[in-house]
Design a protein around this ligand. Structure first.
Ligand code: DWN
Ligand code: SAH
Length: 392
């Protein structure tokens, strides 16, 4: 049974940055549910994939140094540990991972044409398609079997999980390995990051829920690595159950134990998270109001999808934030979804004339604080809502 635990209100589509402010932008109701049987957490409203992942999708993974380093490190680990003959990446975006591999040993699947074009032009075979059974069959016909399938921050974006895993098992060799990486529900609840939920994030996985899904496809997790990426992610190493060559590591039972100890299998924990999110909203509004009462200026840093959830849930608009800065070309000179806050091209001059900066990209706090030493040294302050709204 699916039980409701948080209403994040009427929301515009994240990543739908508009050139001209439009009050009638498409909106949907963002409500969160916990399935007491499967333990899966999901949003209720499903926006068609073709609308979300179109030919102008602005998000570029390579923009952040943290991500580029993380994917480079992973590529080296994959080569060392698994030495795959052939790797398939689902949701290859602008090639942040692909680029670390030999062009003949890797293919990508990326539905957004603007992104698929980037890697195709670099010579990486990229299927400009959605990952589904049809795409999987096409790939199998050409490449036969694949010994490593990788997907980061993508599986949680696809509504039909049954089809996703059926399509994966269709191409994966008997001894093949599937690695998936997504934000961790445990971290999300611990940090009260309700902003991990928006139209693209249909699910936020716990390892308990993922294990239940994989079980249906005779797949099992044999290792888990926790990463600081995106505020806390889990990298799951998965194999077919019949493959006895790889032993199941203790990391798996340890992670499951941690999740059970926290109560991720119990509805009351989600109810509490819902209550905490409301408290977080009220506290954040108070911080913004107090700053504005003193006639100080606030700007936003990182026009993230997550920030869209925050701004629209907390009703924070141009009355509080003068503008956002972002290094992503396709977000610049557009408006934050659902608000009149403009996104400007990042320039340190813009940083140095404000009093406060709201961290939209709080997940890159380390990278950003390193870059903005000058702002911090002159007494500039950051505002974050993680784990509780505060001024740093
Ligand atoms: O799952 C998803 C993740 C991987 O990416 C997608 N559904 C959408 C997107 O979510 P997001 O927008 O919340 O992702 P990020 O990676 O937190 O976005 C960071 C944003 O901040 C980018 O627009 C780039 C920007 N940025 C910046 O302007 N200066 C980032 C850094 C580190 C910087 O120094
Ligand atoms: N893997 C990258 C990008 C994550 S953003 C990273 O971790 O940084 C999510 C990506 O998934 C986008 O590039 C989006 O176009 C892609 N995507 C969404 N639905 C998909 C589907 N059905 N099949 C394959 N990719 C999909």
């Amino acid at each position: 049974m699916k039980k409701f635990f948080l209403d994040l209100g009427s929301q515009p589509l994240a990543n739908n940055y508009l050139h001209k402010f439009n009050n009638n932008q498409v909106r949907y109701n963002l409500k969160l549910y916990f399935d007491t049987k499967t333990k899966l957490v999901s949003i209720s409203k499903r926006i068609p994939s073709k609308i979300m992942f179109n030919n102008r999708y602005p998000y570029r993974s390579s923009i952040s140094k943290t991500m580029t380093h993380s994917f480079k490190k992973l590529s080296n680990d994959i080569k060392k540990k698994f030495n795959p003959k052939f790797l398939l990446e689902i949701g290859s975006n602008d090639g942040v991972l692909l680029k670390n591999f030999d062009k003949n040993k890797v293919i990508g699947v990326e539905p957004c044409r603007n992104l698929a074009n980037i890697t195709s032009k670099l010579g990486y075979k990229t299927y400009n398609k959605f990952w589904n059974l049809q795409t999987s069959k096409k790939i199998k016909k050409k490449y036969k079997q694949i010994d490593l399938v990788y997907s980061a921050n993508t599986i949680t974006h696809i509504s039909n999980l049954k089809e996703v895993f059926k399509a994966i098992t269709n191409v994966l060799s008997d001894e093949g390995i599937l690695i998936i990486e997504d934000p961790s529900l445990l971290d999300c609840l611990k940090k009260n990051s309700y902003d991990q939920f928006y139209n693209e994030h249909i699910y936020v996985f716990s390892s308990i829920a993922l294990r239940n899904i994989l079980n249906k496809f005779n797949l099992e997790i044999f290792d888990i690595k926790r990463l600081d990426i995106h505020g806390g992610s889990l990298r799951y190493f998965i194999k077919r159950k019949k493959n006895k060559l790889l032993k199941i590591k203790q990391t798996v039972s340890e992670q499951i134990k941690k999740e059970i100890f926290f109560g991720l299998n119990k509805f009351r924990v989600y109810k509490k998270f819902g209550e905490n999110s409301l408290k977080s909203k009220n506290r954040l509004i108070k911080i913004f109001s107090k700053i504005k009462d003193k006639n100080k200026t606030i700007i936003g840093y990182g026009a993230t999808a997550k920030a869209t959830t925050i701004l629209n849930y907390c009703k924070i608009g141009a009355n509080f934030i003068d503008y956002f800065v972002d290094t992503t070309p396709d977000k610049q000179n557009k408006y934050m979804p659902g608000s009149k806050i403009k996104i400007l091209k990042y320039h340190n001059k813009l940083i140095n004339k404000t009093d406060y900066i709201f961290l939209g990209a709080w997940n890159f706090k380390k990278e950003i604080f390193n870059k903005e030493k000058k702002f911090l040294n002159r007494g500039g302050k950051f505002i974050t809502h993680i784990p509780i709204p505060k001024i740093i």
